[in-house]
Ligand binder design. Sequence first.
Ligand SMILES: Cc1cc2nc3c(=O)[nH]c(=O)nc-3n(C[C@H](O)[C@H](O)[C@H](O)COP(=O)(O)OP(=O)(O)OC[C@H]3O[C@@H](n4cnc5c(N)ncnc54)[C@H](O)[C@@H]3O)c2cc1C
Length: 304
Amino acid sequence: MAPSLPSAGVFDEVIQHDAPIPTWFGLGGRADVLARPRTEEELRDLLVAFAGQRVRILGDGANLLVDDEGVDGLVISLQHLDKVDWGAGERPIVMAQAGAKLPQLITEAVRRGVAGLEGLAGIPASVGGAVVMNAGGRFGEIGAAIDRVRVLTMTGQELSIPHDEIGFSYRHSGLNHCVILSVYFALHRVPEAQQPALRERLKEVMAYKKTSQPMAENSAGCCFKNAWHEGKLTSAGMLIDQAGCKGMTVGGAEVSTVHGNFLVTRPGCNARDVIELMERVRDRVKQKFGVHLQNEVVIWRRGG
Ligand SMILES: Cc1cc2nc3c(=O)[nH]c(=O)nc-3n(C[C@H](O)[C@H](O)[C@H](O)COP(=O)(O)OP(=O)(O)OC[C@H]3O[C@@H](n4cnc5c(N)ncnc54)[C@H](O)[C@@H]3O)c2cc1C
């Protein structure tokens, strides 16, 4: 029998029952309970009140596939925890709460002449979600710009973790089992004369993203992690392409013809179509190269 959830009571203003879960795929089921805390204290109180229940943290939903049956337990969206403090001096430590949107943070940093994040332009994410996934690509990973993070354990204990203890690696942070509250970025201010070059750099990164990825379609970015093949870390997109998967479809889900690692969706697509297509792609790549592709996309399932 499913454990019973605490009655909303004091959380009436932040909790919604049977709520849609916004994701970039634009599909999937609903949350039995979705909370949007307005302060860190409310977030901590929720974790304490729901201790022992299944709790999931929602960022911007850009790396998330929610199963058609939806999810049980508590989903916590951090969208209201989005303050930013820009710091001071030539080497500012910029603090962003986990719910702040990464693209806006980058645009504003460049507008202020603050460098260090522009290589991550075009990655849709909340700051917390980007750090958990150590988001990045051709122009670097977010972990490289981080001084420290503040987190809450699932029992509500607060910790400050310096960069070297976080354990960043490719699309991994070691922070999956806590809630990121805020992130401290070690950035640098560029002299006024160099600011046009910084703005130019931002445009170049955006232009690269637009030509190499189907940015205008519903997706969760890369579905699979790059994988070891013949002794080197190899682009999963290239393996998928060379296994002849581009354009493959299941129901309303399709392997993008622009970038093989992006599964895009058509109207009427459901989460099962995407999951089935992922399995077929995985099988084909395994047959062709003997490589087992691991999910980069996070899948939320009832009871899972
Ligand atoms: C068009 C498109 C392009 C993309 N391009 C890239 C790219 O170039 N490089 C790249 O790395 N990714 C890319 N992605 C994937 C996505 O942008 C990243 O994985 C991003 O880090 C997801 O952040 P999010 O806030 O949306 O996290 P979500 O999708 O909401 O969540 C992802 C995971 O992080 C956890 N999480 C979220 N916030 C917190 C928090 N505060 N504390 C603890 N756990 C948390 C969630 O529980 C979940 O397990 C792309 C996605 C799309 C749709």
